[in-house]
Ligand binder design. Structure first.
Ligand code: GMT
Length: 376
């Protein structure tokens, strides 16, 4: 099929999912067109089926806010017409579902009927979308998409509770290309570069926004290292990074905490990891935790949002109440205390990722695309 994908091109989970999906579809022979304002960070153009169309917003002195949605919907119309796209898959409701609705109307006027699939990712519903300033437009665009999907059951329930949704929302879990992580494990994973043989490695990956509670990560690690010799890898960039660094310094543990910045090769970092820490305020799914599990890491997380659908308490890791740093540290120590326990949790984590394999999820999206395709 000829598929247009609209997403944020950044390190956020929704952009990562959209990019991995597009690359997998292209690999399978579909023609995939990314429409966004920048080259998506994880996108590689090794497949001849992949195309990127940049949305450009003109600066004009009158505008305090540049009208991105206008430029985006115009670009969608242009690309759909030029390349005869059959479906538009927009990731993150704001403003993508709204821009897609406008594009669909404009195309309709030209006698073209394009199917629109909207995937809800989390903050487009929970933290931002339901705000009174956006709610009306978000609800409207969800209800006017041909197909709506959410990345977890919890996000579906939350969407239905926060909005008046007239459509059935299909739950399509985020997925993982397990081979990528298997290969990273097969390559020599030079742990000795980071930690001594008797030390454990804990990792956190995020965009360091307040919702990720990166100070809790530091507090958990501070407790763990009192009992278990260990190192902490902090991967990502964002507004709370400075607070996390300051706290590590204040607790005098900064020599064991490595801030590595953003990375496009997280499978190479995760291959070192024993325990992944995700103490988020909320997570509709927790893609970073799934990626860690695929690389054989146990997960210590909160029990918020869709996290219990990904991290199974007592099996792949442990779940704790929001802010209960003590419990999270206690659970991490329980996993890290001996090799046999750690290996059991790591194996369980890896096994559980099968449920989210690319091979399982990709055909689900293909079926959804087919079901909203209208032959012209
Ligand atoms: O939370 C982020 O870091 C980014 C955010 C996004 O929209 O890009 O992630 C959301 O979508 C991811 C992919 O579906 C989910 O794995 C994350 O859990 C979700 N984030 C939140 O719900 C806070």
């Amino acid at each position: 099929m000829k598929i247009g994908i609209v997403c944020y091109p950044t390190f956020g989970g929704s952009g990562v999912v959209a990019t991995e999906l597009g690359m997998a579809l292209a690999n399978k022979g579909h023609e995939v067109h990314f429409i966004t304002y920048n080259h998506p960070v994880r996108l590689d153009f090794l497949s001849h089926n992949l195309h990127f169309h940049q949305v450009q917003v003109e600066e004009y002195p009158l505008f305090e806010y540049q009208p991105y949605e206008l430029a985006l919907s115009s670009k969608m119309v242009e690309v759909v017409r030029k390349y005869s796209l059959e479906v538009l898959h927009v990731h993150y409701a704001i403003p993508h579902a709204y821009a897609a609705y406008m594009a669909k109307q404009m195309l309709n006027e030209k006698g073209i009927n394009i199917g629109v699939v909207t995937t809800l990712h989390g903050t487009d519903i929970t933290l931002v979308g339901s705000h009174p300033n956006y709610k009306t437009a978000v609800e409207f665009s969800i209800n006017n998409s041909d197909i709506v999907t959410s990345v977890s059951n919890n996000l579906k329930e939350t969407t239905n509770s926060l909005f008046n949704i007239t459509k059935d929302i299909a739950v399509v879990y985020n997925f993982i290309d397990t081979n990528k992580y298997d290969n990273a494990h097969k390559q020599e994973c030079k742990r000795s570069a980071l930690a001594k043989p008797h030390e454990r490695i804990l990792t956190h990956i995020s965009n360091f926004r307040p919702v990720k509670r990166v100070e809790d990560v530091i507090k958990i690690f501070n407790e763990v290292r009192k009992t278990v010799p260990s190192k902490l890898l902090m991967v990502g960039e964002g507004p709370e990074k400075i607070k996390a660094k300051r706290l590590a310094r204040k607790l005098k543990i900064d020599q064991d905490v490595f801030f590595l910045g953003n990375s496009t090769e997280i499978e190479k970092i995760l291959c070192y990891t024993d325990v992944f820490l995700l103490p988020s305020q909320t997570e509709s799914f927790g893609l970073a935790a799934l990626e860690a599990m695929a690389a054989k890491s146990a997960v210590i997380s909160t029990n918020t949002g869709g996290l219990p659908e990904v991290n199974i308490h007592g099996e792949t890791g442990f779940l704790s109440n929001l802010g209960d740093v003590e419990d999270m540290a206690k659970n991490a120590i329980a996993i890290l205390k001996d090799d046999a326990t750690l290996t059991r949790f790591k194996e369980n984590a890896k096994l559980h990722t099968k449920k989210f394999s690319l091979e399982t999820i990709l055909p689900v999206y293909e079926e959804l695309y087919k079901s909203c395709f209208v032959p012209q």
